[in-house]
Design a protein around this ligand. Structure first.
Ligand code: NAP
Length: 509
């Protein structure tokens, strides 16, 4: 019996390995163009560095401009017939992808562990969540795009009922998707699935760290049997091919998630719709009447999950002075229990994505130290691994009060009043999410109204999901609103057809 199970597992592993074999040649992952896996004619590749070992884990193709031109041209051609493919057939293919993705969770999750040091359990969750997102998007697309609108002219002053206006949603054309390193699979499918269900074609430029997980995900679309050229994936450093992609005249929409790069893209991109999900400095306001145990759990989970490398991580705690000592003590007790180490061991805190990120986090910590912040733990770093750190008594002249560390370092600012907390939040360039802990729901709603944030959570840490909720940033945190329904709508435009009846003198009866 045991031997039988073992043989089956071995066979499944071999089948899965074979499924992905065509993506690699000479240990370099190919890029995906016009329905085929290809080697770049540039002859160059880009290393993907394992954040834990700091050695090259994988290599991907460095695509050149001619290859970008080719994928955009084949996307343009394929989109024309895809737009005419019945909605139910598009949905059927997306459901198929969702099933294939889930079937191949393990190899994709393994890449996330190696490329971006995502704890193994979170890597698994990201892939399953992505499959669910694709399925939901297929269903929602049918509901949203299956509906049109009908207007009659005599509802506007001075008009007779001589015009009937029918509106429906039509695709934009070729959508360019650029996700960040921290959710290279989930944030890729959150762009791909809405684009495809809406009848667009799609070109993906994955983040370099996370590119191999994204290529595996792309292979699931390939296996599902989408038309050639409809969806492609070009790899290479964003700093080298990014401008060529984002300023390309063949691109009709850009959906980007990342940091300040997005602000630069929005200045360069032409007259195309933009969906920008950028950085955040999500504040957590703790009022005197809050449940401090609940607040402490959410601060630790919100601030330190995936080592703080989440756009919706709690990035600053604003606590009323009278309860600050108690809250800080509770938070510290929980921080002590966090495990620190490699992602393969499912540790809570794993190495941050690059040495450059670790150096940046360290620069914020040193600035706070020099200016007198209170260190609740000793600052400790080995390579890209930074131990969790709570900085108490942070003041607004410290960089960490305003900048996004994207690491396991969390500042606490003690405040005298709710008004002071709101002033601090609203003085930030960012406006992604925030949260409030209080038992007074009326007060919470008034504070939410006063906070210049895309979303405010009451009695829970900021979060993006569930993936069908609207998700948007104000100010430098982004343009437009995401979430499955909003993304489908954003990737379409309205088309009207007006039926003009004969003049009233011809009316019958
Ligand atoms: P990033 O450095 O801005 O990179 C994001 C993506 O842009 C990557 O795929 C990158 O490719 C690409 N890129 C780089 N230069 C480019 C250029 N000139 N033109 C076009 N693309 C270019 O961000 P990150 O470090 O990956 O992610 C962390 C940031 O993302 C944080 O600020 C975080 O808050 C934000 N984020 C926001 C959300 C949200 O929903 N609001 C969600 C997740 C993350 P390469 O990897 O090849 O450079």
């Amino acid at each position: 019996m045991c031997l039988f199970i073992y043989t089956n597992i071995l066979q499944l592993t071999v089948v899965i390995a074979t499924v992905f074999a065509e993506m690699v040649e000479n240990e370099v992952f190919k890029y995906y163009s016009n329905g085929e896996w290809k080697v770049s004619s540039s002859g160059k590749c880009v290393p993907v560095i394992n954040p834990t070992t700091r050695k090259t884990q994988y290599k991907v193709q460095a695509c050149n401009q001619e290859e970008v031109d080719n994928v955009i041209e084949s996307a343009r051609v394929a989109q024309k017939s895809w737009a005419k493919t019945p909605l139910w057939k598009r949905a059927e293919l997306l459901h198929k992808v969702a099933a294939i993705l889930k079937q191949h969770t393990k190899p994709i999750a393994d890449c996330l562990v190696k490329e971006i040091a995502k704890p193994a359990k979170d890597a698994h969750t990201e892939v399953v969540r992505s499959g669910d997102l694709v399925s939901y998007c297929a269903e929602e697309g049918i509901r949203v795009l299956g509906k049109g609108n009908y207007l009659v002219s005599d509802s506007f002053p001075g008009n007779e009922r001589t015009k009937y206006c029918l509106t429906s949603k039509i695709p934009l054309g070729v959508v360019l998707a650029i996700p960040p390193f921290n959710y290279p699979v989930n944030l890729a499918v959150s762009k791909i699935a809405p684009a495809l269900i809406a009848g667009n074609s799609l070109v993906l430029k994955p983040p370099t760290q996370g590119a191999v997980a994204a290529l595996h995900m792309m292979h699931c679309f390939h296996l599902a049997g989408f038309p050639k050229g409809l969806i492609s994936c070009v790899t290479g450093k964003g700093s080298e091919i990014g401008d060529f992609l984002t300023m390309h005249p063949g691109i009709n929409c850009i959906s980007f998630t990342g940091g300040d790069t997005g602000i630069a893209i929005s200045k360069k991109a032409g007259m195309v719709p933009l969906q920008m999900e950028l950085g955040g400095k999500d504040a957590c306001i703790i009022l005197e009447d809050s449940d401090l145990d609940l607040a402490a759990s959410n601060i630790v989970k919100g601030g330190f999950s995936y080592s703080g490398q989440r756009c919706t991580a709690v990035k600053v705690v604003l606590v009323i002075e009278s309860i600050a000592d108690t809250l800080v003590k509770k938070v510290n007790e929980k921080i002590e229990k966090l495990t620190v180490g490699p992602p393969e061991d499912n540790c809570d805190i794993t190495p941050v994505v690059t040495e450059c990120s670790a150096n940046f986090i360290e620069s914020l910590v040193m600035d706070a130290k020099q200016k007198g912040a209170k260190f609740c733990q000793e600052y400790r770093r080995e390579g890209n691994l930074i131990w969790p750190l709570l900085l108490d008594c942070v003041r607004s002249d410290m960089r960490i009060a305003w900048e996004e560390p994207f690491g396991p370092v969390l500042p606490v600012i003690r405040i005298g009043s709710v008004e002071e907390a709101i002033r601090h939040c609203n003085a930030s360039n960012f406006g992604l999410q925030g949260c409030i802990f209080t038992k007074d729901i009326n007060k919470a709603i008034l504070i939410s109204d006063a906070m210049e944030m895309g979303t405010v959570q009451i009695n829970s840490a900021p979060a993006r999901g569930p993936d069908h909720f609207p998700f948007q940033g104000l100010k430098d945190s982004g343009i437009g609103s995401q979430g499955i329904t909003n993304s489908i709508n954003m990737m379409t435009k309205v088309k009207s057809t007006v039926i003009n009846l004969p003049a009233p003198s011809y009316t019958m009866g």
